[in-house]
Design a protein around this ligand. Structure first.
Ligand code: ADP
Ligand code: MG
Length: 234
């Protein structure tokens, strides 16, 4: 039997603020299986981004254990984390984070530079990824020549280009109008149908409703998990 893709146990994350500590996560345990589609919800400041950053190996916990794809990642150093991120994680942010001087193809090919692939191969994979998000005709555009929704599609193509086991998105529709948000969510829905594991953060119920599972964070704790709820016999 394969383990869940994500196994978090008793995760604590403490930030140092001057001479006091602030506990942003206070003992979070969470399993996510392959091909789940999960929304992390909760009020502002509850710890959603902190949890996403740990899941995405952008940061490590103060204590607790984290196994991602059967590897212990809680205690890795920065270089090891960067390698895991490049192999396993595709990240989409609210504000797109594209490189303005680079064309769309170059932006999407960027993560493959760290894999040591030759330029032709990088561009081939990047153009395939862009076709997958419906932007096969925009390869040589610059980000500032695209709409917000198109820019977020580029960011999704970049997140997917290395075939990560996990697609993470922190408020991916936070900078988009409601119609464009629905287009981006339709894209996530399609990726999930194709087998992609997707975890996203949102505070909008309409967005969370796309996901199969909702996990609510409050004051650094998980206070609701629709999966646990549905597992309780009636
Ligand atoms: P959310 O994404 O749910 O709005 P965050 O995870 O960003 O919440 O933040 C949770 C809490 O941790 C907040 O009180 C925030 O101020 C604090 N926090 C987040 N990042 C840091 C940091 N780098 N240093 C100190 N405190 C932080
Ligand atoms: Mg946040």
């Amino acid at each position: 039997m394969s383990q869940p893709l994500i196994v978090l146990e008793q995760i604590v994350k403490r930030y140092r603020l001057g001479d006091t500590d602030f506990e942003a996560l206070r003992g979070v345990s969470l399993n996510i299986a392959r091909n789940e589609y999960v929304a992390l919800v909760g009020p502002s400041g509850s710890g959603k981004s902190t949890l996403m950053n740990l899941i995405g190996c952008l940061d490590t916990p103060t204590s607790g254990s984290y196994r991602l794809n059967d590897r212990d990642v809680a205690t890795l150093n920065d270089n090891e984390l960067a390698a895991i991120r490049n192999q396993e994680i595709g990240f989409v942010f609210q504000s797109f984070h594209l490189l303005p001087r680079m064309d769309v193809l170059g932006n999407v090919a960027q993560p493959l530079v760290y894999r040591g692939l030759p330029l032709r191969e990088r561009e081939k994979l990047a153009s395939e990824s862009l076709r997958r998000v419906g932007l096969g005709d925009k390869l040589r555009h610059r980000p500032n020549q695209l709409s917000g929704g198109q820019r977020q599609r580029v960011a999704v193509a970049r997140a997917l280009v290395g075939h990560p086991s996990l697609l993470l998105a922190d408020e991916p529709t936070g900078n988009l109008d409601s119609k464009t948000s629905e287009e981006i969510m339709a894209l996530f829905d399609a990726l999930h149908r194709d087998g992609q594991t997707v975890v996203l953060v949102t505070h909008e119920p309409d967005i969370a409703a796309h996901c199969q599972r909702t996990v609510r964070v409050s004051d650094g704790h998980i206070v609701f998990d629709s999966l646990a709820e549905s597992a309780v016999p009636a």
